[in-house]
Design a protein around this ligand. Sequence first.
Ligand code: ZN
Length: 206
Amino acid sequence: MSDLDHLIEANRAWAARAKAADPQFFTRLLGQQRPQYLWIGCSDSRVPANQIVGLLPGEIFVHRNVGNLVHQTDLNCLAVLQYAVEVLQVRHVMVVGHYGCGAVQATLAGQPLGLIDNWLRNIEAVYHRCRHELDALPAERRLDALCEHNVRAQVRAVCDTTVLRAAWARGQDVTVHGWIYGIADGLVNDLHVSCAGPQDAAKLAG
Ligand code: ZN
C-alpha cells in the first residue's frame, strides 16, 4: 500500500476510458508522434498544456520551467526546441505565460528565494527594461503587465536562438507566438507578437 495508490488507480481508469472511447488510441501513439505544436510554459501546476488547449497525448510537445523562460545557455530548453523544430517539424511554438506568476511576483517584490534567484535573472532584466512603464501603472496592474512583458521577451529569445534562425534561413514554415493564460477564468489570450520570420522578430525587438 502506497500513498500514491490513488494516482495509479486514477491512471488505470483514465487508460480504460481512453481505450473504450477509441480502441486504437494507444496503438496509434506507439507508432510515432507528430505534434504540430511546441508549448513553452511555466511549471505552475495550474497551467497544464494539453488540458488548456484540449489536446490529446501525441498532439503537443511540451517544455515547462519556472517562469516560462528561454535562456540562450539552457541546454534543456534548446534541445527541446531543436528536436521539436528540426525532427518533429512543428509548425508553431507558443511561449505561454500566465497572470499571477509566482516567478514574476518574486522578481517584482525583490524577494530572495535562494538558488532559483539565478534562474529568474532573465525576468529581472525584463523588469529593468520596462520599469518606467510599470511604475506608472496602478500597483495591482504591475504584476500582470510584467507577466505579459516577460512573454514578449521570451518570444524574442526563441526567435534569437540558433535553432529558429537556422530554420527560417532554410525556409522552414514555423511561427513563434506569445500567449498569456488567466488562472482566474481559464482563458488563453494571444499577445499578438507572432513571428513567422526574422523580419517579424526584428520588429518585435524594436
Ligand atoms: Zn508561473
